[in-house]
Design a protein around this ligand. Structure first.
Ligand code: ZN
Length: 557
């Protein structure tokens, strides 16, 4: 059995085809092929990230080489299975096309492929993110695929099949991996938390699954992160907190009440946020954004608002009950509610709530003139999906994009560093004192970074960074848990993430600052303190944080 020090997704990686979650049509066909001895020489596995492509490829490599396979499945016991499971099999060659995309890499491969396998029956080549290869490299690969040696099997995996030349696709048996259905994902997460002996509520698991866009790896990483960051039993609230969804949810509730003209419920929501000590400005911003989104959806102008499927469907459901004039007047009222003088007073929002529900509909102005927060979703321009097409991990990005990439990638928006959504303004209302400015911009900073990160998203990590300061020209981010700080560090070591992070910080702070990560006083650091640290799981997970740092990032899609 794998040790506790492994991260969840690696520890719980499937070892048999029948363990792969949610891809039964694919795995059934593959098992049959193995059983009947009808294995193809080239496969193309397509599907979004975290759907099990690489895991399935590795299992297939075992199944075709296993000394005593059972029903097309590897036995995971023979010498070959074990050497593959332990990552030391010479006849399983994994290539990350993102970092080996050139002609030389493929030529090198074509040269070696002629030699017989070392110990196994087949030499299996897994080429991940194959769409990243350059054109000459594709041509070299094609030559090999046209006349593959009998002992070679190619498994090409890609998140973007449309970028793979048809000549290559036509040489492969193609399998499409679907997004993992929510229930299946929840089931797998429940299984993991049960086996790990940590209590996580069903609602929390569902929220994790919903925020993972059908990718199990993201879900498993998120589960791990929440388990490390919060004391069990882990609640939906914890996950919201981690993902920075808290304010959004309340804002959505409030928008529902505004559109339904339910004054009492609306005021109660505002007061709830206020009495829980949450930031009313955050609620304010959220409400204006969502109202605007409903307006855009209603006018069918909003096609890509960048919300999760979940939020989007709630917003869409609101368009029916909202009449345009009321919507515009509510948007104006809330946009002009002024919370600058007294940020803790719910009064401006309460007034806007009452007025919006009772005011006669105004004459329609052509376009609502709105202030800063309202303009944000406009900036949500990068084609970041409502749910689909998560961006590939930065690990796949070549250090210097070649010509091919320039042709296919949208300018100035490399996948791991999507253009930040909120436009940081620099008008009079933004505090000039650095620490105050950091607080003021914090939410937008975390939001801008919620899709940035290779393994852990910077936004989620920053959401659990509860203390920050600016000291002597350096931004100090204090994490409650050492492991989260280390994750942050690890992500920032990736040049793409670092650049995205720096860009966002400069935009928010209007100048470049040094950034220092520390562990908040009295918890974590080298010494274990606090209730959460008593749990053996958390302790193990924390020691894992350090280890993950030292390990090479490994891909399982
Ligand atoms: Zn075996």
């Amino acid at each position: 059995m794998p040790s506790m020090s492994e991260v969840f997704y690696r520890k719980w990686r499937p070892k048999m085809l029948s363990d792969v979650v949610g891809q039964e049509p694919v795995t059934k066909t593959l098992r049959q092929a193995v059983t009947l001895g009808r294995v193809a020489h080239a496969y193309l596995f397509c599907g979004s990230r975290g759907t099990g492509k690489t895991s399935t490829a590795r299992i297939l490599a075992k199944a075709v080489n296993c000394l005593s396979p059972v029903d097309g499945e590897p036995d995971n016991e023979c010498a070959i299975c074990q050497s593959i499971n332990e990552g030391r099999a010479l006849d399983l060659i994994e290539i990350d096309a993102a970092s080996n995309r050139g002609i030389d890499d493929i030529r090198n491969l074509s040269d070696k492929i002629r030699f017989s396998p070392n110990e196994a029956r087949y030499k299996v080549y897994i080429i991940d993110e194959v769409h990243m290869l350059t054109e000459p490299a594709f041509n070299a690969l094609l030559k090999t695929l046209e006349e593959p040696p009998a002992h070679a099997i190619f498994i090409l995996a890609t998140t973007e099949a449309h970028k793979v030349p048809l000549t290559i696709i036509s040489r492969c048996q193609r399998f499409d991996f679907r997004r993992i259905p929510l229930d299946r994902m929840v089931g797998k997460l429940a299984h993991i938390s049960q086996e790990e002996g940590v209590e996580v509520s069903e609602d929390a698991l569902r929220l994790i699954a919903r925020n993972s866009n059908g990718g199990l790896r993201d879900a498993e990483n998120l589960l791990e992160q929440v388990v490390v960051s919060y004391d069990p039993p882990v609640t939906e609230e914890n996950v919201r907190d981690l993902l920075g969804l808290g304010g959004d949810e309340m804002a959505l509730d409030l928008v529902e009440h505004i559109i339904g003209k339910s004054i009492a419920e609306g005021i109660s929501t505002i007061n709830q946020v206020s009495s829980q000590g949450n930031d009313l400005r955050q609620l304010h911003r959220g409400v204006v954004e969502y109202l605007r989104a409903v307006l855009l959806l209603k006018t069918r102008a909003g096609t890509d608002l960048g919300y999760t499927e979940d939020v989007l469907s709630r917003l869409e459901s609101l368009t029916g009950g909202a009449d345009m004039a009321h919507l515009v007047s509510a948007l104006k009222l809330f946009a002009s509610a002024d919370l600058r003088r007294d940020t803790s007073s719910p009064l401006p929002l309460e007034l806007a709530m009452v007025e919006s529900a009772s005011a006669p509909a105004p004459v329609l102005a052509p376009v609502p003139v709105v202030q800063r927060p309202v303009q944000r979703p406009v900036a949500a321009a990068p084609p970041r999906a409502n749910a689909p097409q998560p961006r590939p991990a930065p690990a796949y990005q070549p250090a210097s994009p070649g010509p091919r990439q320039e042709m296919t990638a949208p300018p100035a928006s490399q996948p791991p560093a999507p253009a930040p959504e909120p436009a940081f303004s620099n008008n009079g209302e933004v505090p000039s004192e650095p620490a105050a400015r950091l607080e003021y911009q914090w939410r937008d900073i975390t939001r801008s970074l919620r899709h940035v990160g290779s393994k852990f998203k910077l936004g989620a990590l920053l959401n659990v960074c509860k203390e920050r300061d600016v000291v002597d020209g350096t931004i100090v981010l204090k994490f409650t848990h050492k492991s989260n700080m280390e994750r942050m560090q690890q992500e920032l070591e990736n040049p793409e993430c670092r650049r995205a992070f720096n860009d966002v910080m400069v935009k928010a702070m209007d100048k470049a600052y040094e950034v220092r990560l520390t562990v908040a006083n009295g918890s974590g650091g080298g010494t274990m303190q606090g209730a959460s640290q008593k749990s053996p799981l958390v302790r193990a997970a924390q020691s894992m944080g350090a280890r993950v740092l030292a390990e090479k990032e490994e891909e399982t899609s």
